[in-house]
Design a protein around this ligand. Structure first.
Ligand code: AP5
Length: 235
């Protein structure tokens, strides 16, 4: 029964364009009890609303740079708090935060106060050549974070979001030059983050070039994570 399932508090790690957003949507369809937050979507919403954080984000994002750790930590903790997800019972997935070891330590302290912590970190590994081919075809619907790809999952009407009928846009950070900088930044910050979670014993890896190869691995990890408490109870 769901009463015996352990809450899932997962971080999805992966290079820009590796498919985190796309796989997250699919995961939420398979596990409707899970909620998700994407730090990139939050920033793009702030940019669209032209808030102070949005203006700052526009500068960093257009250069392919990461925003300062304190700003991201405040934004994400506030978001988790407003969703009442800072509890040991909530079940959720984060995409894009924590992105540095400093952010990881901040999230750990914030959750510790509520007797909670991340319990699954999944690193998604996709070859760089595959990623680069995808990015030139990416279109997004900013208000919802829905992602399309002209060859993989095109919108029903070109340039229009399937659900709302609103226009789609290209991301300003998807140009060849900025995208390469984002990839380099990802690899530079990944190592300490990966080590941090490997040491905590919660780091898993999924590999592949297509969602049909990757998704079953991801689904199995999430199912196992949910079931841990159940298994423990049987012993
Ligand atoms: P963010 O929005 O988090 O970008 P990202 O991590 O660079 O990841 P992406 O959104 O580019 O890729 P994705 O893995 O979600 O891929 P998608 O599913 O779209 O962050 C943007 C910026 O915000 C950062 O650069 C930084 O400046 C700032 N920021 C955010 N968080 C921060 C933090 N914590 N600290 C500091 N700064 C922060 O897929 C890609 C494309 O491929 C799509 O077109 C999709 O349709 C297609 N696709 C997906 N799967 C497949 C498949 N199986 N086959 C074919 N095509 C596919």
């Amino acid at each position: 029964t769901s009463g015996s399932l352990r809450p899932l508090r997962m971080l999805f790690l992966g290079a820009p364009g590796s498919g985190k957003g796309t796989l997250t949507s699919r995961l939420l369809r398979a596990f409707p009890q899970v909620g998700s937050v994407s730090s990139g979507d939050l920033l793009r919403q702030q940019m669209a609303e032209k808030t102070e954080i949005g203006k700052l984000a526009a500068e960093y994002i257009s250069r392919g740079e990461l925003l300062p750790d304190e700003i991201m930590t405040r934004l994400l903790i506030r978001e988790l708090d407003s969703r009442q997800w800072l509890t040991s019972r909530a079940t959720w997935l984060l995409d894009g935060f924590p992105r540095t070891d400093i952010q990881a330590i901040s999230l750990h302290s914030a959750l510790k106060a509520y007797n909670a912590d991340l319990n699954l970190v999944v690193e998604l590994k996709v070859p760089e050549s595959v990623i680069l081919a995808r990015i030139v075809n990416r279109y997004v619907h900013v208000p919802s974070g829905r992602v399309y790809n002209l060859s993989y999952n095109p919108p029903k009407v070109p340039g229009i979001d399937d659900v709302t009928g609103e226009p789609l846009s290209r991301r300003p950070d998807d140009t060849a030059e900025v995208f390469q900088r984002r990839l380099d930044k990802y690899h530079a910050t990944l190592k300490p983050l990966r080590e941090y979670y490997a040491q905590a014993g919660i780091l898993k890896t999924v590999y592949g070039e297509t969602s049909n190869i990757i998704f079953p691995q991801l689904e199995a990890l999430v199912k196992d994570s949910f079931a841990v408490q159940y298994v423990a109870k049987q012993i």
